[in-house]
Design a protein around this ligand. Structure first.
Ligand code: NDP
Length: 434
C-alpha cells in the first residue's frame, strides 16, 4: 500500500492473488528467499507519455498514454490497449498484473503487459480517431516490436483503431512487421476467430465447469453484461450451445427480453452502427429497456457472464443473483466482480470461473496470430477454433488439478492464481536475479 498509494484497482488485484498463494509459500520457501512477490508485483517498466492531437475544429487536446511492460519472463510483453476516460495508472497496472498470470495459463510463450489512454473515442469522427491513434503510436512505436512487446485491442480499441495504430507503426519503423500487433483485420495479417476468441473462450471454459457438475448451457437462461466485443461473441456461443440470452447492456442501460435477445441485431447496432443498446427496441418492441444498468443482475438467470468492465458486480448485485438461484458466474471481463461479490457467490456455492482463466481465449488466439505472422501463413477458422477449444479445456484442467493439489478442490480462483503464478515464478527463479 505504501509503495502504490491511491492505486486501489492495482492493490485489489494483487491482494486477490497474494491471498491465494499462502499454501504455495508453505510448500516453497524458496519463493520467499527469492523475494518473488516483491519482484512480480513491480513492473519491469512503466511508460507514461503525452498524446497531443487536433480535433476536426482545429482545437488541440492533450491525453495521457500508458504502457506497462510488467513481466517478460515467459516471452514478449503481451496485452491490450484500452481507450477510455476512466483509464488511470492504477487500472493499467491492475490489468497488466492480471495479464501475466492469464498469459502463463495459456501455456503459450508470452509475457504480460497492458496500456492505453484516457482518450474517449465516443462521439469522435473517424479522422479524429485516426489523428489520435497516429499521435499515440508516434510515441509508443519506440517501445514495442514483434519480439519485445505486442499490443492488441481492449475496451475502445477495435479493428478500426488497430488499423490506424498499425499503419502509423509501419510508417515510422519502415517495416511491415505484422507480428507487432494482434487483432488485425484478417484480410491484413489478422487471425481468423480472434474477434470471437474471448467471448467464445469464456463460454467454452464455463461449459467445462458446468459439465463437471452435470450441467450445461443447453436450456439455461443467461445474462451477459455489455454489448461489446467480448459480450457479443459470448452471447453468440451461448445461444449456439442451446441457451437463451435474456439480457445484455451498455454503459447507459440494459435490455431484457424473456424470449431471447437477437444477437444479430445487437451486432448490427454495435459493430456496424456504433449505436446505443436502447435502439434495440426499435427492431424488437417487445423487449424492455432499463436505465439503471446494475439492475440487470436482478433478472433471474441460471448463468451470469459479466463481460463489460471491472467491478460491475458488487455485493448487492451478487446477492440478487444468489437470491434468484444463479448456478454459475463466468468472468468474461477483467475483475468484473469485486471482492465482496466473489465472497458472496462462492460462499453460496455458485460455480465461479475467474477472469484470468475464463477470458484467456482472446490472448491465446493473439499468440496464435503471432505464430501465423512469423510463419507467414494463415490457419482456417476451424483450425483456430479447435485450438482455442483445446486451450480452454487445458486451462480448466490445470486450474482444477492445481486447486486440488493445494488443498482447495473445486476452487478455480485459487487454481488459476497458483497455476499461473508457479509457471512465472519458477521461470523467474531460473533466470536469476533481475
Ligand atoms: P468493448 O469496448 O468492445 O465493449 C465494452 C462494453 O461494455 C460496451 O458495450 C460498453 O458500453 C459496456 N460497458 C462499459 N461499462 C459498462 C458498465 N458499467 N455497465 C454495463 N456495460 C458497460 O470492450 P471489450 O468487449 O473488448 O472488453 C470488455 C471487457 O473484457 C474488459 O474488461 C476487457 O479488459 C476484457 N477483455 C477483453 C478482451 C478482448 O479480447 N477484447 C480479452 C480479455 C479481456 P458502451 O458502448 O456504452 O461504452
Amino acid at each position: 500500500k505504501d509503495r502504490n498509494p491511491g492505486e486501489s484497482e492495482f492493490l485489489q488485484a494483487t491482494w486477490e492473488v497474494f491471498e491465494s498463494l499462502r499454501p504455495v509459500f508453505e510448500q516453497h520457501p524458496e519463493y520467499i528467499e527469492e523475494s518473488i512477490l516483491e519482484r512480480i508485483s513491480e513492473p519491469e517498466r512503466f511508460i507514461n507519455f503525452r498524446v497531443t492531437w487536433e480535433d476536426d475544429n482545429g482545437k488541440v487536446h492533450v491525453n495521457r498514454g500508458y504502457r506497462v511492460q510488467f513481466n517478460s519472463t515467459l516471452g514478449p510483453f503481451k496485452g491490450g490497449l484500452r481507450f477510455h476516460p476512466s483509464l488511470t495508472g492504477s487500472v493499467v497496472k491492475f490489468l497488466g498484473f492480471e495479464q501475466i498470470f492469464k498469459n502463463a495459463l495459456t501455456g503459450l510463450p508470452i509475457g504480460g503487459g497492458k496500456g492505453g489512454s484516457d482518450f474517449d473515442p465516443k462521439g469522435r469522427s473517424d479522422r479524429e480517431i485516426m489523428r489520435f491513434c497516429q499521435s499515440f503510436m508516434t510515441e509508443l512505436s519506440r517501445h514495442i516490436g514483434p519480439d519485445i512487446d505486442v499490443p492488441a485491442g481492449d475496451i475502445g480499441v477495435g479493428k478500426r483503431e488497430i488499423g490506424y495504430l498499425f499503419g502509423q507503426y509501419k510508417r515510422i519503423r519502415n517495416a511491415s512487421e505484422a507480428g507487432v500487433f494482434t487483432g488485425k483485420n484478417p484480410d491484413n495479417g489478422g487471425s481468423l476467430i480472434r474477434k470471437e476468441a474471448t467471448g467464445y473462450g469464456t463460454v467454452y471454459f464455463v461449459e467445462e465447469m458446468l459439465r463437471d457438475q452435470g450441467r450445461s448451457f443447453a436450456g439455461s437462461k443467461v445474462i451477459v453484461s455489455g454489448s461489446g466485443n467480448v459480450s457479443i461473441y459470448a452471447m453468440e456461443k451461448a445461444v449456439e450451445f442451446g441457451a437463451t440470452v435474456v439480457a445484455c447492456s451498455d454503459s447507459e442501460g440494459y435490455i431484457y427480453d424473456p424470449n431471447g435477445i437477437d444477437v444479430e441485431t445487437v451486432k448490427q447496432l454495435k459493430e456496424v452502427g456504433r449505436k446505443r443498446i436502447y435502439e434495440y427496441l426499435e427492431f424488437h418492441p417487445t423487449a424492455r429497456y432499463g436505465k439503471d444498468k446494475s439492475e440487470i443482475w436482478k433478472i433471474p438467470c441460471d448463468i451470469a457472464l459479466p463481460c463489460a468492465t471491472q467491478n460491475e458486480i458488487d455485493r448487492e448485485s451478487a446477492q440478487a443473483l444468489v437470491e434468484n438461484n444463479v448456478k454459475a458466474v463466468g468472468e468474461g471481463a477483467n475483475m468484473p466482480c469485486n471482492e465482496e461479490a466473489v465472497r458472496m457467490l462462492t460462499n453460496n456455492k455458485v460455480l465461479f470461473a475467474p477472469a484470468k482463466a475464463a477470458n484467456a481465449g482472446g490472448v491465446a488466439v493473439s499468440a496464435m496470430e503471432m505464430s501465423q505472422n512469423s510463419m507467414r501463413y494463415s490457419w482456417t477458422s476451424e483450425e483456430v477454433d479447435k485450438k482455442l477449444q483445446q486451450v480452454m479445456k487445458t486451462i480448466y484442467k490445470n486450474c482444477i488439478e492445481t486447486a486440488a493439489q493445494y488443498g482447495s478442490p473445486g476452487n478455480l480462483i485459487i487454481g488459476a492464481n497458483i497455476a499461473g503464478f508457479k509457471k512465472v515464478a519458477d521461470a523467474m527463479v531460473s533466470h536469476g536475479l533481475n
